[in-house]
Design a protein around this ligand. Structure first.
Ligand code: ATP
Length: 604
C-alpha cells in the first residue's frame, strides 16, 4: 500500500473507536496501531495533519467557521434556504432533531442532515484525495467554488466520513485525547520539537522512529515558537503564595493580539499565537521595527495594540485589523498600530530564552529603542510607563509585598485593563509552557443567574482623559414599596468599567440634563439613601430617578459585605455589562431580591 491507497475511512474508524474508548491509554494505543499498521514507513504528515488539524500550517485557512460552513453546505446540497434542513444547519447552536444531544455541535447537526441524503456506504476516498480536496478548499476564495468542492466530497463519502471532514475543516476533532498525548504517542520528542518550530510537517518528517531520540532543538529566527502562556489564578494571595520567595514583576495584561516579531535583516514576520504570519501588520509596523530594533536578527514577544494619539490611550480591543488596513491604504488616522514588547527570545545569533527574565529585560532595553505610541517596551519603572498620563498608574511594577500586587491589580481593573500578569524574574522563557511561571489574574466576572439591574443615582468625574466629565456612576437598588413604583433607592456600588468610550459618551450626554451638582450644602436628594461615607458622595446626583437609566452589572463571584454603601452587600470589581435603555427606571432590582440572590449564590 502506498499513501495513495490508505483510505480515509480507516482513519474515521479509528476516530469512532477513540470516541468509545474510556481511557486516554486506549486511545493512544489505537493511534499507535494505526501508525504501525496502516501507515508504517509512510509519510506520516499526510495523516497526522488530519488528526491535529489545528496545528497544520501547510495550507492556508479555509475561511469557513460554522455559519459560513452551514451556508456552503446548503449550497453544496442544493437545498432551499427555507427548508427545515437548511434552518437546522444555520441554527446549529439550537441543534437538529435530536436537539439535546447535538445542539451546539455543528458537525453532528450536519451529519444528521447528511444522513438523509447520503448513502451509508463509503465511497472509498483516500487520505491523499482528501488532502488534495482540502488544499483546493483552502485556496479558493468564492463561496460557489467552496460549495462545489464540498458537494464533490459529499458524493465521495458517507455521513460518518463527512462528519469527520467537517470537524477537520473546523479544526477540532473532540476526540477526548489531548494534543500532548497524541504527540507523546507519536514520538517522545514530538511536542518539544513542535514547540520550537510550530512546523508539523517537519516534526513528522524528522521523528519517524519513536525509539530514536532527537537532540533538543533551540528556537531560531524565522520559525514561529509556541508562546509561553499564563496560568490563571483566582486571587492575588494565591498568586503571591505560588511565587513565594521569587522576585516578582507584575505587568498590566494588555488586551490585543499576541504577536511574535521575527526580524532577520530586512525580513520581518508577525507570528500570531496560532503561528500564522500576519503580514497585514507589515505596512504599519515594519518601518518602525527596521529603524528601532537595533539587532539585525532577533525575536521579540509582545502584544499588538492600537494607540489613539488624540485620546492618548490604547483603543478598545478589536480595531487592530481595521487600523492595519488603514495603514496599508495610506489613510490618515488618529489611531496607529503600537507594539508592546514584553520579552526578547533571540538576539544576534543566539537564543536567549534560557536566560532569566531580568537578564532578558536588560537586553530588551539595549535592543529596542522605544518610539512613543508605536513601539514600547514593558519593563518596570521605565519605557512604556512614560505614556501613561500623570496621575494614572504605571504598567509594570516590581512587587515586594502582596499588598503591592493587590493595589496594582485594583488600579488596572479600575483603569479598564484586562487584569495583570505576574512573572518570576528569575525564570526562563519556555515554549508552550503554562505551568505557572506566568500567572494571570483577572476579575472573575459572573452573571449571577439574574440581571443585576441597578439604577444610576449619581456620577463621579473622571481624571486624566476623562477629566471634567462623568466617568463613573453610583448605582442604587430599589427599596421595596407596598404599592406602585419604588420611592427610594439605596446606594449599592460605584462602577466605571465595562463601557467603550463611545457608549460612555452616549450615556453621559443622555443624563447630563439631569445632573445636579453636589455642591455645598451637601444635601442628599430625599429619594436616595446613602451612608455617611465620603466615598458615597458623587460629584453629581441624578435630579430625579424617573429620568435615570438602568445598568446591568456583573461582578467578581464574591460579593462583599458593604461598609461603604447603604445596601448590605456590594460587588467586588463591578463592571457594566449593558446599558438598559430598554428597561424603565422602576424595574430596577430591589434590595431584598439582591440579598436573596447573594444568599443563593453563597449556598446559604
Ligand atoms: P486570555 O483569554 O485570558 O487573554 P489566553 O488564553 O489568550 O488568555 P493566556 O496565556 O492565558 O492567554 O494569557 C496570556 C496572554 O495575555 C498572552 O497570550 C498575551 O496575549 C496576553 N498578554 C497581555 N499582556 C501581557 C503581558 N504583559 N505579559 C504576557 N502576556 C500578556
Amino acid at each position: 500500500m502506498t499513501d495513495e491507497t490508505v483510505r480515509f475511512g480507516l482513519l474515521c474508524s479509528m476516530f469512532e473507536a477513540m470516541l468509545r474508548d474510556r481511557t486516554s491509554a486506549k486511545k493512544r494505543k489505537r493511534l499507535r496501531t494505526f501508525l504501525d499498521v496502516a501507515y508504517t514507513g509512510r509519510e506520516y504528515f499526510s495523516a497526522v495533519r488530519l488528526i491535529l488539524p489545528g496545528l497544520d500550517r501547510e495550507r492556508g485557512t479555509y475561511g469557513l467557521k460554522e455559519s459560513a460552513l452551514a451556508n456552503a453546505l446548503v449550497d453544496a446540497l442544493g437545498i432551499s434556504k427555507d427548508s427545515d434542513d437548511a434552518r437546522k444547519l444555520v441554527n446549529w447552536r439550537k441543534g437538529g432533531a435530536r436537539a439535546g444531544a447535538n445542539a451546539g455541535n455543528f458537525s453532528l447537526v450536519a451529519a444528521e442532515v447528511l444522513q438523509r441524503r447520503q448513502g451509508m456506504a463509503s465511497g472509498g476516498m483516500t487520505i491523499k484525495e482528501l488532502n488534495d480536496a482540502l488544499d483546493r478548499l483552502a485556496s479558493c476564495e468564492n463561496r460557489g467554488d467552496k460549495a462545489a468542492i464540498l458537494s464533490d466530497l459529499i458524493k465521495k463519502t458517507n455521513p460518518v466520513e463527512m462528519k469527520w471532514i467537517l470537524m477537520i475543516i473546523l479544526k477540532e476533532l473532540k476526540l477526548g485525547i489531548s494534543e500532548k498525548s497524541i504527540f507523546h504517542e507519536f514520538h517522545p520528542d514530538a511536542e518539544d520539537l513542535f514547540n520550537v518550530t510550530c512546523d508539523l510537517k517537519l516534526v513528522c518528517d524528522k521523528l519517524k522512529d519513536p525509539s530514536q531520540r532527537h537532540k533538543r532543538q533551540d528556537i531560531d529566527v524565522g520559525k514561529a515558537v509556541r508562546p509561553q502562556l499564563a496560568m490563571r489564578v483566582s486571587n492575588a494571595s494565591t498568586a503571591w503564595k505560588k511565587l513565594h520567595g521569587k522576585n516578582v514583576v507584575v505587568e498590566c495584561k494588555f488586551d490585543g493580539d499576541r504577536i511574535q516579531i521575527h526580524k532577520n535583516g530586512g525580513e520581518i514576520h508577525f507570528f500570531s499565537r496560532n503561528f500564522l504570519d500576519h503580514t497585514e501588520y507589515s505596512h504599519g509596523m515594519s518601518g518602525v521595527i527596521l529603524q528601532n530594533v537595533l539587532a539585525d536578527r532577533c525575536i521579540l514577544d509582545g502584544e499588538m495594540l492600537v494607540w489613539d494619539t488624540a485620546a492618548q490611550r490604547f483603543a478598545e480591543f478589536g480595531s487592530n485589523q481595521e487600523i492595519a488596513k488603514a495603514a496599508r491604504e495610506g489613510l490618515e488616522s488618529d489611531r496607529q498600530l503600537c507594539y508592546i514588547v514584553f520579552d526578547i527570545l533571540y538576539a544576534g545569533d543566539t537564543s536567549v530564552i534560557h536566560q532569566s527574565l531580568t537578564e532578558r529585560q536588560a537586553l530588551l532595553q539595549k535592543v529596542v529603542k522605544p518610539l512613543k505610541g508605536r513601539l514600547e517596551i514593558l519593563v518596570p519603572n521605565g519605557g512604556l510607563n512614560d505614556i501613561r498620563s500623570a496621575g494614572e498608574p504605571c504598567w509594570s511594577i516590581i512587587a515586594h509585598t502582596l499588598d503591592d500586587v493587590e493595589k496594582f491589580f485594583k488600579q488596572t481593573v479600575e483603569n479598564r485593563d484586562e487584569g495583570v500578569v505576574l512573572k518570576d524574574l528569575g525564570s526562563k522563557w519556555e515554549p508552550g509552557d503554562r505551568s505557572g511561571k506566568w500567572l494571570k489574574l483577572k476579575p472573575d466576572y459572573i452573571h449571577a443567574g439574574a440581571d443585576l439591574d441597578a439604577l444610576i443615582i449619581g456620577g463621579y468625574f473622571g481624571s486624566g482623559r476623562h477629566g471634567g466629565e462623568v466617568a463613573q456612576f453610583l448605582v442604587g437598588l430599589a427599596e421595596q414599596s407596598d404599592s406602585g413604583y419604588p420611592k427610594r433607592f439605596v446606594s449599592f456600588c460605584r462602577v466605571g468599567t465595562g463601557l467603550s468610550d463611545e457608549e460612555l459618551d452616549a450615556l453621559v450626554s443622555k443624563l447630563k440634563p439631569y445632573f445636579r451638582k453636589n455642591e455645598y450644602p451637601k444635601k442628599v436628594p430625599h429619594f436616595y439613601e446613602v451612608t455617611n461615607n465620603s466615598k458615597e458622595r458623587p460629584d453629581v446626583w441624578i435630579d430625579s430617578p424617573d429620568k435615570s437609566v438602568i445598568l446591568s452589572i456583573t461582578s467578581d463571584i464574591r460579593t462583599i459585605k458593604s461598609e461603604v454603601f447603604s445596601a448590605p452587600y456590594s460587588l467586588r470589581f463591578p463592571r457594566i455589562q449593558r446599558v438598559r435603555y430598554d428597561k424603565p427606571w422602576h424595574e430596577c432590582l430591589d434590595v431584598q431580591s439582591f440579598v436573596d440572590l447573594v444568599n443563593t449564590s453563597n449556598g446559604n
